[in-house]
Write a protein that binds this ligand. Structure first.
Ligand code: GAL
Length: 424
């Protein structure tokens, strides 16, 4: 369908959708939408159930299509094959650059009227709004902001070994050494490529700061791979690997987190969905565990933003999809969902006092914007899906092969970036 006709149809449907949204819940016809997502751990499930319950109050039934696999590695593949088979889900969890990639195909429903009606331009953080737009149109409904550069510490273990929560690399390395000598595994870590990348992202931000980070992972600048601060981050990744000891297997993030909780490992680096998971299990930040920035990254927010997008298909569900998109931004739903998820709301100007200390820091830092914000590579914020996969594969090759010199890994990544860089 030519874009103009499509726009016109979208506008007509939108009017119908907004009219329905304006009706009291009891009078709006019940609608039902299938939602593809990867929130399958107990904590994530609890957060998804908040959406299910709040949307049900608005007459919107959530039909669940959950695909297990941390960071949506499995869900992304299922989505692609379903779209190719002409069976796109009606709503889909999507992040960062993949939104743009899917919007480029012309298959995503535009949500401009919903955004106007809900005053998203005023209500959302500018970075969040930018992230859900494509060629001037809103194409996704943002749900929450995750912080990725976080270190979790089992406080009972740290007290037993009289250790302070580390803030800089040297304290971190010293604490790991003390733990290792006492026979405690310092770091819970999985060999899964996206989890290894999560750790490397934090280490690179600490060693090289946001400018080098962006040069490598957003601008794909091959020259940046030769930077000695990148070499330092790689060397530290190798040291951190040794902190995981014999426990280093390819396991879901929930299994690694369980080792932190049970006390069989003392620390873990992971996005704040891990905080949601720990809290769902009755563990409180500041009491049972510390949730602090990855040492050396305190002023920075390595972030990802979860969103839902809506495949337009034949527009038969457009009005229902618009109702769902609008409802997701309701302040009460935002507060409740993000509390359960471990993330923070996408709406600005909220009172952070009611949030836990970790969320408060995340929210305040995100509100600062500018250079404080650094897009996550592992979670598709820094660059698109296939670029991300190519970089992650190269980092993973270095991680699994202790015989590969750091300088050689730098050269190999530079070669990859040269191919991937725009016009490269
Ligand atoms: C991220 C996503 C989070 C969480 C995490 C673990 O990509 O943004 O919501 O689900 O993966 O699977």
């Amino acid at each position: 369908m030519p874009p103009d006709t499509r726009r016109f149809r979208q506008r007509r449907l939108l009017t119908a959708g907004l009219a329905a949204a304006a009706l009291p819940a009891a009078r709006a016809a019940e609608v039902s939408l299938q939602v593809l997502h990867w929130w399958t751990s107990p904590g994530e499930r609890r957060a998804a159930d908040v959406l299910v319950a709040r949307l049900a109050e608005e007459g919107i039934r959530w039909r669940d299509a959950a695909i297990p696999g941390g960071a949506g590695v499995g869900a992304g593949k299922v989505l692609r094959s379903r779209v190719l088979a002409g069976d796109a889900p009606e709503a889909t969890q999507m992040i960062g650059a993949t939104i743009v990639e899917w919007a480029d195909t012309g298959l995503l429903l535009e949500l401009d009227g919903v955004a106007r009606g809900g005053q998203w331009a005023q209500a959302l953080f500018p970075e969040v709004l930018r992230g859900v737009q494509h060629r001037g149109h809103v194409v996704a409904a943002p749900l929450g902001i995750h912080r990725i550069n976080l270190l979790y510490v089992n406080l009972a273990l740290f007290e037993r070994h009289r250790l302070a929560v580390p803030r800089q690399w040297d304290d971190w390395a010293a604490a790991a050494q003390v733990l290792q000598q006492a026979g405690v595994v310092p770091l819970a870590l999985s060999r899964e490529p996206w989890q290894v990348t999560t750790l490397l992202e934090g280490l690179l931000l600490a060693s090289g700061g946001p400018v080098l980070y962006r040069a490598l992972f957003s601008r794909l600048d091959a020259r940046a791979a030769a930077d000695p601060r990148f070499a330092e981050a790689l060397a530290r990744l190798r040291l951190a690997k040794a902190w995981a000891g014999a426990d280093l297997t390819e396991q879901p993030w929930t299994r690694a987190l369980e080792r932190l909780r049970s006390g069989s490992a003392a620390m873990m680096v992971m996005g704040d969905w891990a905080k949601g998971e720990l809290m769902a299990g009755g563990w409180n930040p500041g009491e049972h565990f510390a949730c602090v920035p990855v040492p050396g990254t305190a002023g920075h927010h390595l972030y990802s933003v979860d969103t839902l997008t809506f495949f337009a298909r034949d527009y038969a569900q457009a009005a229902a999809q618009e109702r769902m998109a609008g409802a997701l931004l309701a302040p009460a739903l935002q507060a409740e969902f993000n509390r359960a998820k471990g993330s923070v709301p996408v709406r600005r100007g909220l009172d952070a006092a009611a949030m836990d200390a970790c969320a408060r820091e995340s929210y305040t830092l995100f509100a600062r914007g500018g250079d404080a914000l650094v897009p996550s590579l592992a979670h598709r914020m820094a660059t698109g899906e296939s670029n991300k996969d190519a970089i992650v594969a190269e980092l993973h090759r270095f991680f699994v092969n202790d015989a590969l010199p750091v300088a050689e890994a730098q050269r190999r990544l530079a070669a990859v970036l040269r191919v991937l860089a725009p016009g490269g």
